[in-house]
Design a protein around this ligand. Structure first.
Ligand code: ADP
Ligand code: ZN
Length: 210
C-alpha cells in the first residue's frame, strides 16, 4: 500500500502512521523527522532547514522533494510506504506524481483549529527516536522520558504558542488545497480525528479496507 497522510500539524498523522506501518509492515516516512534529524546532526541540509522550521514556515519544495526521492528509492519502500508530512504543497504533489509510483490513496485526518492549538502546545517529542507524546492525552510511562529509548522529552521550538498560529495558517493556505487535488484524482479519503487516538485509529483502519 502506498499511502499519503494529510492533515493539519498535530492532527495525529505521526501517531496513526505508527499504527499503519506496524499493521501493514511498511515504512512510515516523515519529512519532519528527517529534517529534525538533519538539524540535530548539523548537516548542510539541516542548517538550511532550521530557520524555516523554527519560524513555522515550510522548507523549500526542492529540499523536501530531494529527500523523498532519495528515501523512496530505498529497498524497504518496494512493497509500499506511508508518507507523513509530504506532500505539503501542490508542487510537491506534482513532483510525487511525476515519480510514477502509483499512490493508492490520500487519507486526510480532520481536526478543528482550536483542538490543534491545544494538542500542539502540549506535545512533547523525543529527538532521538522521533516518538511523540502529549502532557495530557498521551503521557509517557515516566514523566519527561521517552518510553522507547529513555531519552529526555522536549518541546519543539515550532510547538511554542507563538509559532503554532503561523503553522496553521500555512496549512490552510498551502497544504489544505491538496485535499481537492487528491479528490479530483479520486484518491481522497477523510476521517475525523477529533476524538481520542484509538477512535481515529479505528476510523483509519476501516477506511483502509478500501
Ligand atoms: P507536524 O508534526 O507538526 O505535522 P512535521 O514534523 O511533519 O510537523 O514538520 C515540521 C516542520 O518541518 C514543518 O512545519 C515544516 O517546516 C517542515 N516540513 C516537514 N515536511 C515538509 C514538507 N513536505 N514541505 C515543507 N516543509 C516541511
Ligand atoms: Zn525516544
Amino acid at each position: 500500500m502506498k499511502l499519503i497522510l494529510l492533515g493539519a500539524p498535530g492532527a495525529g498523522k505521526g501517531t496513526q502512521a505508527e499504527v499503519i506501518c506496524e499493521k501493514f509492515n511498511i515504512p512510515a516516512i516523515s519529512t519532519g523527522n528527517i529534517l529534525r534529524e538533519a538539524i540535530k546532526n548539523g548537516t548542510e541540509m539541516g542548517l538550511k532547514a532550521k530557520s524555516y522550521i523554527d519560524n513555522g514556515n515550510l522548507v523549500p519544495d526542492e529540499v523536501v522533494i530531494g529527500i523523498i526521492k532519495d528515501r523512496l528509492a530505498e529497498d524497504d519502500c518496494k512493497n509500499g510506504f506511508i508518507l507523513d508530512g509530504f506532500p505539503r504543497t501542490i508542487p510537491q504533489a506534482e513532483a510525487l506524481d511525476s515519480m510514477n509510483i502509483g499512490i493508492d490513496c490520500a487519507l486526510s485526518i480532520e481536526v478543528a483549529d482550536e483542538k490543534i492549538m491545544q494538542r500542539l502546545s502540549g506535545r512533547r517529542v523525543c529527538l532521538t527516536c522521533g516518538a511523540t507524546y502529549h502532557v495530557d492525552y498521551k503521557k509517557p510511562a515516566k514523566e519527561g522520558i521517552c518510553n522507547n529509548c529513555g531519552a529526555e522529552l522536549v518541546q519543539r521550538n515550532d510547538d511554542k504558542p507563538e509559532t503554532i498560529a503561523d503553522r496553521l495558517a500555512v496549512y490552510h493556505s498551502q497544504t489544505e488545497p491538496l485535499k481537492d487535488y487528491y479528490k479530483k484524482a479520486g484518491k481522497l479519503i477523510t476521517v475525523e480525528g477529533q476524538e481520542e487516538v484509538k477512535d481515529t485509529t479505528r476510523l483509519v483502519l476501516a477506511a483502509l479496507e478500501f
